[in-house]
Write a protein that binds this ligand. Sequence first.
Ligand code: FES
Length: 73
Amino acid sequence: MFVCLCKGITESRVREFGRSGIVTPYEIASALGIDDESCCGRCMGNIESFVSLAISAWNTAVTCPTQDHDCRK
Ligand code: FES
């Protein structure tokens, strides 16, 4: 599903960013390239949804082989 029509960005692309550790609103907007003048900015209203998608992908991507601590801290 497309989350940004101007840039043709899909939900799965946002999840890829999340798996690579891009999870804050600023990082996501910058990585998506929705901060330049060619964008309408409509999808920025959904930035919290983008963050949720990215964080859920990030949480599933981070696995510690020892399983005895949280590697994200
Ligand atoms: S829909 Fe994303 S910038 Fe226009």
